[in-house]
Write a protein that binds this ligand. Structure first.
Ligand code: UGA
Length: 449
Protein backbone atom coordinates (compact mmCIF):
# COMPACT_ATOMS: atom_id res chain seq x y z
CA UNK A 1 0.00 0.00 0.00
CA UNK A 2 1.24 3.52 -0.75
CA UNK A 3 1.93 5.94 2.06
CA UNK A 4 -1.09 8.00 1.07
CA UNK A 5 -3.28 4.90 1.00
CA UNK A 6 -2.20 4.09 4.53
CA UNK A 7 -3.33 7.43 5.86
CA UNK A 8 -6.82 6.99 4.40
CA UNK A 9 -9.91 6.85 6.57
CA UNK A 10 -10.18 3.21 7.66
CA UNK A 11 -11.87 1.01 10.23
CA UNK A 12 -12.42 3.67 12.91
CA UNK A 13 -14.30 5.80 10.40
CA UNK A 14 -16.62 3.00 9.33
CA UNK A 15 -19.54 4.56 11.12
CA UNK A 16 -22.25 4.01 8.55
CA UNK A 17 -23.07 1.33 6.06
CA UNK A 18 -24.96 1.87 2.88
CA UNK A 19 -25.75 -0.90 0.44
CA UNK A 20 -24.34 0.20 -2.88
CA UNK A 21 -24.12 -1.27 -6.39
CA UNK A 22 -21.58 0.00 -8.90
CA UNK A 23 -22.34 -0.86 -12.50
CA UNK A 24 -19.12 -0.98 -14.53
CA UNK A 25 -15.74 -1.99 -13.12
CA UNK A 26 -13.45 0.22 -15.20
CA UNK A 27 -11.08 2.73 -13.60
CA UNK A 28 -13.86 4.77 -12.09
CA UNK A 29 -16.21 1.95 -11.05
CA UNK A 30 -13.62 -0.34 -9.55
CA UNK A 31 -11.79 2.35 -7.59
CA UNK A 32 -15.03 3.97 -6.42
CA UNK A 33 -16.53 0.66 -5.32
CA UNK A 34 -13.37 -0.36 -3.52
CA UNK A 35 -13.03 2.95 -1.68
CA UNK A 36 -16.71 2.89 -0.69
CA UNK A 37 -16.12 -0.58 0.78
CA UNK A 38 -12.96 0.65 2.49
CA UNK A 39 -14.96 3.20 4.51
CA UNK A 40 -17.47 0.54 5.53
CA UNK A 41 -20.20 0.43 2.90
CA UNK A 42 -21.43 -2.87 1.47
CA UNK A 43 -20.58 -2.80 -2.20
CA UNK A 44 -21.59 -5.00 -5.12
CA UNK A 45 -19.59 -4.30 -8.27
CA UNK A 46 -21.35 -5.35 -11.45
CA UNK A 47 -19.77 -5.88 -14.85
CA UNK A 48 -21.30 -7.55 -17.90
CA UNK A 49 -17.85 -8.89 -18.82
CA UNK A 50 -18.00 -12.30 -17.17
CA UNK A 51 -14.26 -12.91 -17.62
CA UNK A 52 -13.47 -9.68 -15.81
CA UNK A 53 -15.80 -10.62 -12.96
CA UNK A 54 -14.11 -14.01 -12.68
CA UNK A 55 -10.70 -12.36 -12.67
CA UNK A 56 -11.74 -9.96 -9.91
CA UNK A 57 -13.27 -12.77 -7.88
CA UNK A 58 -9.99 -14.67 -8.17
CA UNK A 59 -8.10 -11.67 -6.78
CA UNK A 60 -6.86 -10.31 -10.13
CA UNK A 61 -6.96 -6.62 -11.04
CA UNK A 62 -7.50 -5.66 -14.70
CA UNK A 63 -5.69 -2.30 -14.41
CA UNK A 64 -2.53 -0.98 -12.80
CA UNK A 65 -3.42 1.57 -10.15
CA UNK A 66 -1.16 2.15 -7.13
CA UNK A 67 -2.68 0.92 -3.86
CA UNK A 68 -5.75 -0.62 -5.49
CA UNK A 69 -4.91 -4.32 -5.48
CA UNK A 70 -4.30 -4.45 -1.75
CA UNK A 71 -7.45 -2.48 -1.00
CA UNK A 72 -9.56 -4.79 -3.18
CA UNK A 73 -8.12 -7.86 -1.43
CA UNK A 74 -8.72 -6.47 2.05
CA UNK A 75 -12.30 -5.47 1.36
CA UNK A 76 -13.19 -8.70 -0.41
CA UNK A 77 -11.74 -10.59 2.57
CA UNK A 78 -13.76 -8.40 4.95
CA UNK A 79 -16.93 -9.27 3.03
CA UNK A 80 -17.70 -5.68 2.11
CA UNK A 81 -16.85 -5.97 -1.60
CA UNK A 82 -18.35 -8.46 -4.05
CA UNK A 83 -18.38 -8.91 -7.81
CA UNK A 84 -21.19 -10.14 -10.04
CA UNK A 85 -22.12 -10.14 -13.72
CA UNK A 86 -25.81 -9.68 -12.89
CA UNK A 87 -27.22 -6.15 -12.85
CA UNK A 88 -30.45 -7.49 -11.34
CA UNK A 89 -28.51 -8.96 -8.41
CA UNK A 90 -26.70 -5.66 -7.84
CA UNK A 91 -29.93 -3.65 -7.97
CA UNK A 92 -31.82 -6.04 -5.70
CA UNK A 93 -29.16 -5.83 -2.99
CA UNK A 94 -28.65 -2.08 -3.00
CA UNK A 95 -30.29 1.18 -2.00
CA UNK A 96 -28.05 3.26 -4.23
CA UNK A 97 -26.91 2.28 -7.71
CA UNK A 98 -23.96 4.04 -9.31
CA UNK A 99 -23.59 3.97 -13.08
CA UNK A 100 -19.88 3.98 -14.00
CA UNK A 101 -19.82 2.70 -17.56
CA UNK A 102 -17.77 4.09 -20.46
CA UNK A 103 -19.00 7.10 -22.44
CA UNK A 104 -16.74 6.82 -25.49
CA UNK A 105 -16.33 9.58 -28.08
CA UNK A 106 -18.30 9.64 -31.34
CA UNK A 107 -16.70 10.67 -34.64
CA UNK A 108 -18.51 14.07 -34.50
CA UNK A 109 -16.97 14.88 -31.09
CA UNK A 110 -20.17 13.98 -29.24
CA UNK A 111 -20.46 11.21 -26.67
CA UNK A 112 -21.80 7.70 -27.13
CA UNK A 113 -24.37 7.35 -24.34
CA UNK A 114 -25.63 3.94 -25.40
CA UNK A 115 -23.98 2.11 -22.46
CA UNK A 116 -25.61 4.52 -20.02
CA UNK A 117 -29.00 4.07 -21.70
CA UNK A 118 -28.67 0.29 -21.66
CA UNK A 119 -27.76 0.22 -17.97
CA UNK A 120 -30.65 2.59 -17.19
CA UNK A 121 -33.04 0.13 -18.85
CA UNK A 122 -31.53 -2.85 -17.03
CA UNK A 123 -31.69 -1.09 -13.67
CA UNK A 124 -35.29 -0.02 -14.34
CA UNK A 125 -36.29 -3.57 -15.20
CA UNK A 126 -34.81 -4.90 -11.95
CA UNK A 127 -36.25 -2.27 -9.57
CA UNK A 128 -38.96 -3.38 -7.16
CA UNK A 129 -38.71 -0.59 -4.57
CA UNK A 130 -37.37 2.98 -4.21
CA UNK A 131 -33.82 3.36 -5.53
CA UNK A 132 -31.35 6.16 -6.01
CA UNK A 133 -29.62 5.92 -9.38
CA UNK A 134 -26.39 7.91 -9.49
CA UNK A 135 -24.60 8.82 -12.66
CA UNK A 136 -20.84 8.76 -12.11
CA UNK A 137 -19.78 8.47 -15.74
CA UNK A 138 -18.75 11.70 -17.45
CA UNK A 139 -21.76 12.81 -19.49
CA UNK A 140 -22.94 15.94 -21.29
CA UNK A 141 -25.30 18.28 -19.45
CA UNK A 142 -28.94 17.10 -19.63
CA UNK A 143 -28.06 13.38 -19.56
CA UNK A 144 -29.60 13.03 -16.07
CA UNK A 145 -32.98 14.01 -17.47
CA UNK A 146 -32.70 11.37 -20.17
CA UNK A 147 -31.71 8.71 -17.64
CA UNK A 148 -34.75 9.57 -15.49
CA UNK A 149 -37.04 9.43 -18.52
CA UNK A 150 -35.63 6.05 -19.55
CA UNK A 151 -36.02 4.57 -16.06
CA UNK A 152 -39.61 5.85 -15.83
CA UNK A 153 -40.40 4.24 -19.16
CA UNK A 154 -38.76 0.85 -18.53
CA UNK A 155 -39.65 0.32 -14.87
CA UNK A 156 -42.51 -2.17 -14.94
CA UNK A 157 -42.92 -2.11 -11.16
CA UNK A 158 -43.62 1.65 -11.35
CA UNK A 159 -41.71 2.31 -8.12
CA UNK A 160 -40.33 5.69 -7.10
CA UNK A 161 -36.71 6.60 -7.76
CA UNK A 162 -34.34 9.53 -7.89
CA UNK A 163 -31.60 10.24 -10.38
CA UNK A 164 -28.45 11.92 -9.03
CA UNK A 165 -25.41 13.29 -10.83
CA UNK A 166 -22.19 12.67 -8.91
CA UNK A 167 -19.21 13.31 -11.19
CA UNK A 168 -15.80 11.89 -10.33
CA UNK A 169 -12.56 13.85 -10.26
CA UNK A 170 -10.01 11.06 -9.81
CA UNK A 171 -6.80 11.05 -11.79
CA UNK A 172 -5.51 7.75 -13.09
CA UNK A 173 -2.35 6.76 -11.28
CA UNK A 174 -3.56 8.63 -8.18
CA UNK A 175 -7.13 7.31 -8.20
CA UNK A 176 -7.18 5.76 -4.72
CA UNK A 177 -5.61 8.84 -3.19
CA UNK A 178 -8.00 11.20 -5.03
CA UNK A 179 -11.02 9.15 -4.05
CA UNK A 180 -10.11 8.69 -0.42
CA UNK A 181 -9.19 12.35 0.03
CA UNK A 182 -11.34 14.33 -2.39
CA UNK A 183 -11.18 18.14 -2.60
CA UNK A 184 -14.96 18.17 -2.86
CA UNK A 185 -17.91 15.92 -3.60
CA UNK A 186 -20.49 17.18 -6.08
CA UNK A 187 -24.06 15.90 -5.76
CA UNK A 188 -26.62 17.04 -8.33
CA UNK A 189 -30.25 16.34 -7.40
CA UNK A 190 -33.75 17.22 -8.58
CA UNK A 191 -35.19 17.16 -5.02
CA UNK A 192 -34.29 16.65 -1.35
CA UNK A 193 -35.08 12.94 -1.05
CA UNK A 194 -31.76 11.38 -2.15
CA UNK A 195 -29.55 13.94 -0.37
CA UNK A 196 -29.38 12.21 3.04
CA UNK A 197 -28.26 8.90 1.50
CA UNK A 198 -25.64 10.62 -0.65
CA UNK A 199 -24.31 12.43 2.41
CA UNK A 200 -24.19 9.18 4.34
CA UNK A 201 -22.14 7.58 1.57
CA UNK A 202 -19.66 10.45 1.45
CA UNK A 203 -19.43 11.61 5.08
CA UNK A 204 -16.54 9.20 5.89
CA UNK A 205 -14.43 10.92 3.22
CA UNK A 206 -14.49 14.16 5.22
CA UNK A 207 -14.73 16.46 2.19
CA UNK A 208 -17.04 19.40 1.51
CA UNK A 209 -20.22 18.15 -0.18
CA UNK A 210 -21.73 20.50 -2.76
CA UNK A 211 -25.42 19.82 -3.31
CA UNK A 212 -26.70 21.39 -6.51
CA UNK A 213 -29.07 20.76 -9.42
CA UNK A 214 -28.34 17.95 -11.87
CA UNK A 215 -27.40 20.14 -14.84
CA UNK A 216 -24.93 22.16 -12.76
CA UNK A 217 -23.32 18.96 -11.45
CA UNK A 218 -22.95 17.63 -14.99
CA UNK A 219 -21.46 20.94 -16.11
CA UNK A 220 -19.04 21.06 -13.18
CA UNK A 221 -17.36 17.95 -14.53
CA UNK A 222 -16.89 19.18 -18.10
CA UNK A 223 -15.99 22.67 -16.88
CA UNK A 224 -13.37 21.29 -14.47
CA UNK A 225 -11.67 19.03 -17.00
CA UNK A 226 -11.65 21.63 -19.76
CA UNK A 227 -10.25 24.23 -17.36
CA UNK A 228 -7.40 21.86 -16.42
CA UNK A 229 -6.74 21.17 -20.10
CA UNK A 230 -6.80 24.92 -20.70
CA UNK A 231 -4.24 25.39 -17.95
CA UNK A 232 -1.91 22.91 -19.65
CA UNK A 233 -2.40 24.48 -23.09
CA UNK A 234 -1.80 27.89 -21.53
CA UNK A 235 1.59 26.90 -20.15
CA UNK A 236 2.39 25.09 -23.40
CA UNK A 237 1.66 28.31 -25.32
CA UNK A 238 3.91 30.15 -22.85
CA UNK A 239 6.58 27.52 -23.52
CA UNK A 240 6.64 28.54 -27.18
CA UNK A 241 7.30 32.15 -26.19
CA UNK A 242 9.94 31.00 -23.71
CA UNK A 243 11.76 29.12 -26.46
CA UNK A 244 11.62 32.14 -28.77
CA UNK A 245 12.86 34.53 -26.08
CA UNK A 246 15.34 32.38 -24.18
CA UNK A 247 13.23 32.28 -21.01
CA UNK A 248 12.56 29.15 -18.96
CA UNK A 249 8.96 27.90 -18.78
CA UNK A 250 9.51 26.16 -15.43
CA UNK A 251 10.67 29.42 -13.87
CA UNK A 252 7.61 31.14 -15.31
CA UNK A 253 5.30 28.36 -14.05
CA UNK A 254 6.85 28.59 -10.57
CA UNK A 255 6.52 32.35 -10.59
CA UNK A 256 2.88 32.47 -11.63
CA UNK A 257 1.98 29.30 -9.73
CA UNK A 258 2.86 30.87 -6.39
CA UNK A 259 -0.05 33.23 -6.87
CA UNK A 260 -2.74 31.35 -4.94
CA UNK A 261 -5.31 32.49 -7.48
CA UNK A 262 -3.42 30.58 -10.19
CA UNK A 263 -1.75 27.64 -8.40
CA UNK A 264 1.27 25.64 -9.59
CA UNK A 265 -0.49 22.35 -10.38
CA UNK A 266 -1.19 21.48 -14.03
CA UNK A 267 1.33 24.04 -15.22
CA UNK A 268 3.91 21.52 -16.43
CA UNK A 269 4.71 22.20 -20.06
CA UNK A 270 4.78 18.99 -22.09
CA UNK A 271 4.45 17.46 -25.51
CA UNK A 272 0.70 17.71 -24.86
CA UNK A 273 -2.03 16.20 -22.73
CA UNK A 274 -3.72 12.92 -23.59
CA UNK A 275 -5.63 10.12 -21.93
CA UNK A 276 -9.20 8.96 -22.02
CA UNK A 277 -10.58 12.14 -20.41
CA UNK A 278 -9.23 15.54 -21.48
CA UNK A 279 -9.28 15.04 -25.28
CA UNK A 280 -12.70 13.41 -25.18
CA UNK A 281 -14.23 15.80 -22.67
CA UNK A 282 -13.00 18.85 -24.57
CA UNK A 283 -14.60 17.63 -27.80
CA UNK A 284 -17.79 16.70 -25.98
CA UNK A 285 -18.01 20.05 -24.22
CA UNK A 286 -17.44 21.95 -27.48
CA UNK A 287 -20.13 19.81 -29.11
CA UNK A 288 -22.74 20.24 -26.37
CA UNK A 289 -22.01 23.99 -26.26
CA UNK A 290 -22.62 24.12 -30.01
CA UNK A 291 -25.93 22.30 -29.55
CA UNK A 292 -26.85 24.87 -26.91
CA UNK A 293 -26.01 27.68 -29.33
CA UNK A 294 -22.50 28.66 -28.17
CA UNK A 295 -19.33 28.45 -30.24
CA UNK A 296 -16.71 27.56 -27.59
CA UNK A 297 -13.75 28.98 -29.51
CA UNK A 298 -11.61 29.19 -26.37
CA UNK A 299 -11.66 25.40 -26.02
CA UNK A 300 -11.05 24.89 -29.73
CA UNK A 301 -7.86 26.90 -29.26
CA UNK A 302 -6.93 24.65 -26.29
CA UNK A 303 -7.19 21.68 -28.67
CA UNK A 304 -5.18 23.42 -31.36
CA UNK A 305 -2.35 24.36 -28.97
CA UNK A 306 -2.27 20.75 -27.77
CA UNK A 307 -2.01 19.38 -31.32
CA UNK A 308 0.68 21.97 -32.19
CA UNK A 309 2.71 20.93 -29.18
CA UNK A 310 3.17 17.43 -30.60
CA UNK A 311 3.99 18.82 -34.06
CA UNK A 312 6.59 21.11 -32.54
CA UNK A 313 8.19 18.28 -30.59
CA UNK A 314 8.44 16.04 -33.64
CA UNK A 315 9.91 18.95 -35.59
CA UNK A 316 12.53 19.43 -32.87
CA UNK A 317 13.55 15.80 -33.41
CA UNK A 318 13.63 15.97 -37.20
CA UNK A 319 15.38 19.37 -37.22
CA UNK A 320 18.15 17.85 -35.09
CA UNK A 321 18.42 14.37 -36.59
CA UNK A 322 17.39 15.37 -40.15
CA UNK A 323 16.39 12.06 -41.78
CA UNK A 324 14.82 9.51 -39.44
CA UNK A 325 14.70 6.64 -41.92
CA UNK A 326 16.95 3.81 -40.73
CA UNK A 327 17.76 5.63 -37.50
CA UNK A 328 16.95 4.07 -34.13
CA UNK A 329 15.39 6.11 -31.36
CA UNK A 330 15.06 5.08 -27.73
CA UNK A 331 11.70 6.09 -26.23
CA UNK A 332 11.15 6.26 -22.47
CA UNK A 333 7.42 6.11 -21.74
CA UNK A 334 4.34 4.77 -23.50
CA UNK A 335 1.56 5.46 -20.97
CA UNK A 336 -0.34 8.75 -21.32
CA UNK A 337 1.08 9.81 -17.95
CA UNK A 338 2.98 8.41 -14.97
CA UNK A 339 1.73 5.70 -12.57
CA UNK A 340 -0.59 4.03 -15.04
CA UNK A 341 -0.59 1.33 -17.71
CA UNK A 342 -3.23 3.25 -19.69
CA UNK A 343 -2.23 4.00 -23.28
CA UNK A 344 -5.56 5.39 -24.51
CA UNK A 345 -4.94 8.64 -26.46
CA UNK A 346 -1.39 8.57 -25.13
CA UNK A 347 0.84 11.35 -26.51
CA UNK A 348 3.74 8.87 -26.16
CA UNK A 349 2.04 6.37 -28.48
CA UNK A 350 1.14 9.16 -30.91
CA UNK A 351 4.79 10.22 -30.89
CA UNK A 352 5.99 6.64 -31.52
CA UNK A 353 3.60 6.33 -34.45
CA UNK A 354 4.84 9.59 -35.96
CA UNK A 355 8.49 8.55 -35.59
CA UNK A 356 7.75 5.14 -37.13
CA UNK A 357 6.00 6.86 -40.03
CA UNK A 358 9.22 8.81 -40.64
CA UNK A 359 10.96 5.45 -41.00
CA UNK A 360 12.65 5.28 -37.58
CA UNK A 361 13.10 2.08 -35.60
CA UNK A 362 12.24 2.31 -31.92
CA UNK A 363 13.54 0.82 -28.69
CA UNK A 364 10.84 1.52 -26.12
CA UNK A 365 10.35 1.09 -22.40
CA UNK A 366 7.53 1.81 -19.97
CA UNK A 367 7.41 0.61 -16.35
CA UNK A 368 3.79 -0.57 -16.71
CA UNK A 369 2.31 0.06 -20.15
CA UNK A 370 4.36 -2.17 -22.49
CA UNK A 371 1.74 -4.91 -22.73
CA UNK A 372 -1.09 -2.53 -23.53
CA UNK A 373 1.11 -0.59 -25.98
CA UNK A 374 1.75 -3.77 -28.00
CA UNK A 375 -1.85 -3.66 -29.20
CA UNK A 376 -1.38 -0.15 -30.62
CA UNK A 377 2.10 -0.23 -32.12
CA UNK A 378 3.07 -2.18 -35.27
CA UNK A 379 4.29 -5.74 -34.85
CA UNK A 380 6.55 -5.76 -37.93
CA UNK A 381 9.80 -5.70 -35.95
CA UNK A 382 10.22 -1.91 -36.05
CA UNK A 383 9.58 -1.68 -32.30
CA UNK A 384 11.71 -3.43 -29.69
CA UNK A 385 10.40 -3.57 -26.13
CA UNK A 386 13.24 -3.18 -23.63
CA UNK A 387 12.73 -4.42 -20.07
CA UNK A 388 15.50 -2.30 -18.51
CA UNK A 389 15.12 1.47 -18.88
CA UNK A 390 18.89 1.86 -18.69
CA UNK A 391 19.33 -0.32 -21.79
CA UNK A 392 16.90 1.63 -23.99
CA UNK A 393 19.55 3.99 -25.42
CA UNK A 394 21.93 1.16 -26.41
CA UNK A 395 22.67 1.46 -30.12
CA UNK A 396 20.28 4.40 -30.61
CA UNK A 397 20.79 7.68 -32.43
CA UNK A 398 18.89 9.63 -29.76
CA UNK A 399 16.88 9.14 -26.59
CA UNK A 400 13.36 10.58 -26.16
CA UNK A 401 11.37 11.06 -22.93
CA UNK A 402 7.65 10.81 -23.68
CA UNK A 403 5.99 10.13 -20.29
CA UNK A 404 6.62 11.79 -16.92
CA UNK A 405 7.43 8.63 -14.93
CA UNK A 406 9.51 9.88 -11.97
CA UNK A 407 11.91 6.91 -12.24
CA UNK A 408 13.11 8.15 -15.63
CA UNK A 409 14.90 10.93 -13.74
CA UNK A 410 17.19 8.20 -12.40
CA UNK A 411 18.05 6.70 -15.80
CA UNK A 412 21.78 6.01 -16.09
CA UNK A 413 22.81 8.95 -18.27
CA UNK A 414 26.48 7.94 -18.38
CA UNK A 415 25.47 4.58 -19.82
CA UNK A 416 23.02 6.29 -22.21
CA UNK A 417 25.84 8.52 -23.40
CA UNK A 418 28.03 5.49 -24.09
CA UNK A 419 25.17 3.63 -25.80
CA UNK A 420 24.09 6.44 -28.12
CA UNK A 421 25.89 7.09 -31.42
CA UNK A 422 25.87 10.75 -30.34
CA UNK A 423 24.57 12.01 -26.97
CA UNK A 424 21.22 13.57 -27.94
CA UNK A 425 18.19 13.64 -25.63
CA UNK A 426 14.74 15.02 -26.45
CA UNK A 427 12.76 15.55 -23.27
CA UNK A 428 9.01 15.94 -23.84
CA UNK A 429 8.37 16.14 -20.09
CA UNK A 430 11.14 18.43 -18.80
CA UNK A 431 12.43 15.76 -16.42
CA UNK A 432 16.08 16.80 -16.58
CA UNK A 433 18.00 19.94 -15.71
CA UNK A 434 19.34 21.65 -18.87
CA UNK A 435 22.51 22.86 -17.11
CA UNK A 436 23.29 19.35 -15.82
CA UNK A 437 22.65 17.86 -19.27
CA UNK A 438 25.05 20.39 -20.81
CA UNK A 439 27.64 19.48 -18.18
CA UNK A 440 27.23 15.81 -19.11
CA UNK A 441 27.84 16.72 -22.74
CA UNK A 442 24.34 16.07 -24.11
CA UNK A 443 22.61 17.90 -26.91
CA UNK A 444 19.45 18.35 -24.84
CA UNK A 445 16.14 19.66 -26.19
CA UNK A 446 13.20 20.02 -23.84
CA UNK A 447 9.98 22.06 -23.78
CA UNK A 448 10.13 25.84 -23.31
CA UNK A 449 13.62 25.98 -21.83
C1 UGA B 1 -8.24 13.88 -15.54
C2 UGA B 1 -8.52 14.87 -14.39
O1 UGA B 1 -7.28 15.37 -13.86
C3 UGA B 1 -9.33 14.20 -13.29
O2 UGA B 1 -9.66 15.16 -12.29
C4 UGA B 1 -10.61 13.63 -13.91
O3 UGA B 1 -11.40 12.97 -12.95
C5 UGA B 1 -10.24 12.65 -15.00
O4 UGA B 1 -9.47 13.34 -16.00
C6 UGA B 1 -11.49 12.08 -15.62
O5 UGA B 1 -12.27 12.85 -16.20
O6 UGA B 1 -11.79 10.90 -15.42
P1 UGA B 1 -6.49 11.90 -15.94
O7 UGA B 1 -6.92 11.96 -17.37
O8 UGA B 1 -6.44 10.60 -15.24
O9 UGA B 1 -7.41 12.86 -15.01
O10 UGA B 1 -4.99 12.49 -15.86
P2 UGA B 1 -4.33 13.91 -15.55
O11 UGA B 1 -3.43 13.77 -14.40
O12 UGA B 1 -5.32 14.99 -15.51
O13 UGA B 1 -3.42 14.10 -16.86
C7 UGA B 1 -4.00 14.24 -18.16
C8 UGA B 1 -2.93 14.54 -19.20
O14 UGA B 1 -2.39 15.84 -19.00
C9 UGA B 1 -1.74 13.59 -19.16
O15 UGA B 1 -1.36 13.27 -20.49
C10 UGA B 1 -0.65 14.38 -18.48
O16 UGA B 1 0.63 14.00 -18.84
C11 UGA B 1 -0.97 15.78 -18.97
N1 UGA B 1 -0.47 16.87 -18.09
C12 UGA B 1 -0.93 16.98 -16.83
C13 UGA B 1 0.43 17.80 -18.60
O17 UGA B 1 0.86 17.72 -19.77
N2 UGA B 1 0.87 18.82 -17.78
C14 UGA B 1 0.41 18.95 -16.51
O18 UGA B 1 0.84 19.92 -15.83
C15 UGA B 1 -0.51 18.00 -16.02
Amino acid sequence: MTRSARSHPTADHRASTMKIAIIGTGYVGLVTGTCFAEVGHEVTCVDNDVRKVEMLRAGGIPIYEPGLEELVKQNVAAGRLRFTASTAEGVEQSQVIFIAVPTPPLPDGGVDLSFIEKVAREVAAAMTDYKIIVDKSTVPVKTGEKVAETIRRYCKAKVEFDVVSNPEFLREGFAVEDLMKPDRVVVGVAGERPVAAMKEIYTPFKAPIIVTDISSAELIKHAANSFLALKISYINAISVICEASGANVQEVANGIGMDARIGRRFLDASLGFGGSCFPKDLSAFIRIAEQLGYDFRLLKEVQRINADQMERFVKKITDTLWVLKDKTLGVLGLAFKQNTDDVRMSPAIDLCQRLLKEGAKLRVHDPQAMEKAKALLPTDGQVTYVADMNAVADGCDALVVATEWPEFKRVDLERAKRGLTHPILFDGRNLFDPAEMARLGFIYKSIGR
